[in-house]
Design a protein around this ligand. Structure first.
Ligand code: CTP
Length: 392
C-alpha cells in the first residue's frame, strides 16, 4: 500500500548515514529508490546506494526522458535525508534545476525532510523562515538533533539517526495507510431541472459521502470531493456540481490520477427530456413529464482501460443482498456498500447508518453507528481490499 520511498540525498557529510537508512528501510520491506544531487556524490558513492537498495540510483535530470515525472508519480513519499540549507532554499522557492528539486515540484506525494548542517546555518533567520514556509505547505521537518557536529561546534543541526527516521515512516504507514494515494468521492443528490424554478431530486443529505471523504483524508489520502447540492461544509477540496451530467463531467476530468473512486452520491437515474425555458403554468388538470436516463457515472469509470479501485453504493428498500450483488457485477465494481433505506432510522437524511459491504468473493456487515464511525470502518475495508488487489 504505502511502500515506495524516494530517498533524496543532498551534499552533507551526514550522507554517510544514508547507507544505513537505505539498508534498514529495504529490510523493513519498503522499496527505496535513491535520487542524489551531484554534491551528494562527493560524500557517498551511487554504487553503495544502488547495491543496498537493489534499485538504480538517479542523479541527472536529463539522463532519461521524463524520468522526473515517472519518479514523481512512483513515490508514495519523498524523504530528503540529509537536506542541506541550500536545498531547503531550493525547495522553499520551487527551483527545478536538478533532478531531485524537479521531482519535488512534480509530485503529489508528501515530502519529509531531515536537515543536516552547521548549527549557525540552521539557526540563521533565512533557514528558519524557509522552514516555516515549508511547514505551512505540510512538508514535515524531522529534527535536526542537537549535539556535537562534524565541524567541531555543538548545537542543533545533526541529522536524525536512521532508526528515528524509520520510526517516523512506520508510524505514517500505521496511521496514514492512504498516504500518497488519490481518492475521488462523490456525495449528495443531483438536481435535474424541469423548468427554471423546479427540479427532480432525492432525499440524500450528503452526510455519508462527506464522512467518507473526511475519513479518506484522515487516513492520509489526497481527496477530491465532488458534491451535489448539500448544506454541508468540509476541509476536503470540493468541486460543487448540480446535475448528473455535471457530476459525470467533473468525475471524468479528475479520474486519470485516481487510485480509489468511491461513488456515494445519490445520482438521479432520470432527468426530464426537456427543460422548459419559462416556468410551467398549471393550465391543465394533469401534467405528464417525459424522463430519460442519465449517464451512469460508475459504469463510465469502470469501462476505462485502467479503472481505479471502484466502490459503489446501493440504497434499497427490499432484497438488499440480491440487488447489491447484481449491481456489483453489472457495474463491474470492486466493492459495493449497501444499506436498507427507511428502516430503523438508517439511510438517507439520517445521522446513523449501517452497511453491508460486498466484493467478489466475500461480504461484511458494518454495524449501526454514526456515519463518521461507519465511514472510518468502510475505509478500513476498502484499504484491505485495495491492498489485496494491488499485491495480487
Ligand atoms: N450511480 C452512478 N450514476 C448514475 C446513478 C447511480 O454512478 N447515473 C451510482 C451511485 O453513486 C451509487 C450506485 O450507482 O454508487 C447506485 O446504483 P444504482 O443502480 O443507480 O442504484 P439506484 O439508483 O438505487 O438504482 P435502481 O433503481 O436500479 O436500484
Amino acid at each position: 500500500m504505502f511502500s515506495n520511498i524516494l530517498l533524496g540525498i543532498t551534499g552533507s557529510i551526514a550522507a554517510y548515514k544514508s547507507a544505513d537508512l537505505v539498508r534498514n528501510l529495504t529490510k523493513q520491506g519498503f522499496t527505496v529508490r535513491v535520487v542524489m544531487t551531484h554534491a551528494a556524490t562527493k560524500f557517498i558513492t551511487p554504487l553503495t546506494l544502488q547495491t543496498l537498495s537493489n534499485q538504480p540510483v538517479y542523479i541527472d535530470l536529463f539522463a532519461t526522458e521524463m524520468e522526473h515525472i515517472n519518479l514523481a508519480r512512483w513515490a508514495d513519499i519523498i524523504l530528503i535525508a540529509p537536506i542541506t540549507a541550500d536545498f531547503i532554499t531550493k525547495l522553499t522557492y520551487g527551483h527545478a534545476d536538478d533532478l531531485l528539486s524537479t521531482i519535488c515540484l512534480a509530485t503529489t506525494a508528501p515530502i519529509a525532510i531531515a536537515p543536516a548542517m552547521n548549527q549557525q546555518m540552521w539557526n540563521s533567520a533565512i533557514t528558519q523562515e524557509n522552514c516555516q514556509k515549508l511547514r505551512q505547505r505540510n512538508i514535515k521537518i524531522l529534527g535536526p538533533a542537537t549535539g556535537s557536529q562534524a565541524c567541531g561546534e555543538i548545537g542543533a543541526g545533526r541529522m536524525l539517526e536512521p532508526l528515528e527516521l524509520i520510526q517516523f515512516l512506520q508510524n505514517l504507514v500505521l496511521t496514514q495507510p492512504l498516504q500518497g494515494k488519490q481518492v475521488l468521492v462523490t456525495a449528495g443528490p443531483t438536481r435535474e431541472d424541469i423548468d427554471p424554478v423546479r427540479f427532480i431530486s432525492n432525499r440524500s443529505s450528503g452526510r455519508m459521502g462527506y464522512a467518507v471523504a473526511n475519513a479518506a483524508a484522515n487516513k492520509g489520502a489526497s481527496v477530491i470531493l465532488v458534491s451535489g447540492p448539500t448544506a454541508l461544509t468540509t476541509e476536503v477540496p470540493t468541486i460543487s456540481v448540480y446535475s448528473a451530467k455535471d457530476m459525470l463531467e467533473v468525475v471524468m476530468a479528475n479520474i486519470s490520477n485516481t487510485d480509489v473512486f468511491i461513488s456515494v452520491a445519490a445520482v438521479a437515474d432520470y432527468r426530464p427530456v426537456q427543460q422548459t425555458k419559462h416556468k410551467l403554468k398549471k393550465d391543465s388538470a394533469q401534467l405528464q413529464l417525459l424522463l430519460e436516463r442519465t449517464e451512469d457515472i460508475l459504469t463510465n469509470v469502470t469501462n476505462l482501460s485502467k479503472p481505479p479501485f471502484t466502490v459503489g453504493f446501493a440504497a434499497e428498500t427490499t432484497d438488499l443482498d440480491d440487488y447489491a450483488r447484481k449491481k456489483l457485477a453489472t457495474k463491474k465494481l470492486d466493492m459495493i456498500a449497501a444499506n436498507l433505506v427507511g428502516i430503523d432510522g438508517s439511510g438517507f437524511d439520517s445521522i446513523n447508518n449501517k452497511l453491508k459491504v460486498f466484493w467478489n468473493d466475500g461480504n461484511l456487515e458494518l454495524p449501526h453507528c454514526s456515519k463518521t464511525e461507519l465511514a472510518n470502518k468502510l475505509l478500513d475495508v476498502i484499504i484491505q481490499r485495495f491492498s489485496a488487489k494491488n499485491t495480487l
